[in-house]
Write a protein that binds this ligand. Structure first.
Ligand code: NAD
Length: 248
């Protein structure tokens, strides 16, 4: 229970879903954790639930100025950083004919540009060795109607994990990625579906995921924890695909 003893970690999008569960597991392993999010009430609730060792910083990671301001606030809490889980993301699905420039930019700005500049801005806080984990997706690997933009943002993250691994190797910072299949989180309630459609959506996943159910956020958090910990010192530029067999 102390695989992250005395480590400091930042988790973007940490007030819900996979990010929140990862914060919980990191804290249980002895780390101190800052969660990043856009909504103060959600952050306050999450920090209250997470308890001692959890801190919150409000920031919209789709905007570079906000990321720069976020770095200053993080630095005041943790002068040095050991772990960064780049997790904040949105998932919107639309046929190519329906995609507007604004819609395109919104997803790339959050999922890829936000990830890129979060890493750039927080890198100076890594004073020694460290671990950066990117939350990509199964959608980077499989073709699905309406997933062209979301899948592309996640594919870009996988490429980034490999290139930054090479670039940050001399600084002893490992970069890896986790790609989940469908996981039961609030993300699936933000697709603009009616309550009935949401129930149907959930049922559909049971039939298309070979293991017969959606993933649980804790199952993804365990993969992130593995990359973050000293259990993975020789693992660089790698990816864990946790998808209940959907890519088989
Ligand atoms: P979630 O909606 O609970 O978590 C996403 C978090 O990111 C939220 O807390 C949200 O507020 C935050 N966020 C979004 N935009 C932000 C911004 N601009 N600035 C700051 N925070 C922002 O859903 P989740 O499923 O836990 O998603 C976490 C990550 O996992 C996402 O990157 C998602 O693409 C990825 N993922 C999810 C699934 C799934 O099926 N749930 C599968 C594969 C990958």
């Amino acid at each position: 229970m102390n695989r992250l003893q005395n480590k400091t970690a930042v988790i973007t999008g940490g007030s819900s879903g996979i990010g929140f569960e990862t914060a919980r597991q990191f804290l249980a392993e002895g780390a101190k954790v800052i969660i990043i999010g856009r909504n103060k009430d959600e952050l306050d609730n999450a920090v209250g639930e997470l308890g001692e060792g959890a801190y919150a910083v409000e920031a919209d990671v789709s905007k570079v100025d906000a990321i720069k301001a976020m770095r200053g606030k993080i630095e005041k809490i943790f002068p040095s950083l050991d772990i960064l889980f780049v997790n904040a993301g949105i998932a919107k699905f639309a046929a190519i004919e329906d995609v507007t420039e604004e819609w395109f930019d919104n997803q790339f700005n959050t999922n890829f540009k936000g990830a890129y500049f979060t890493i750039q801005q927080l890198l100076p806080l890594f004073k020694g060795s460290g671990s950066i984990i990117l939350n990509a997706s199964l959608n980077a690997h499989i073709g699905r109607p309406t997933a062209s933009i979301y899948g592309a943002t996640k594919g870009a993250l996988l490429t980034l994990a490999k290139n930054l691994s090479a670039e940050l190797m001399p600084r002893k910072i490992r970069v890896n990625a986790v790609s989940a299949g469908p996981v039961d989180t609030p993300l699936h309630h933000k697709k603009g579906l009616t309550p009935d459609q949401q129930v149907q959506d959930h049922e559909n996943f049971k039939t298309i995921i070979p293991i017969g159910r959606m993933g649980d956020p804790s199952e993804i958090a365990k993969a992130v924890l593995f990359f973050a910990s000293d259990d993975a010192p020789f693992i660089v530029g790698a990816e864990i695909l946790a998808d209940g067999g959907m890519s088989l």
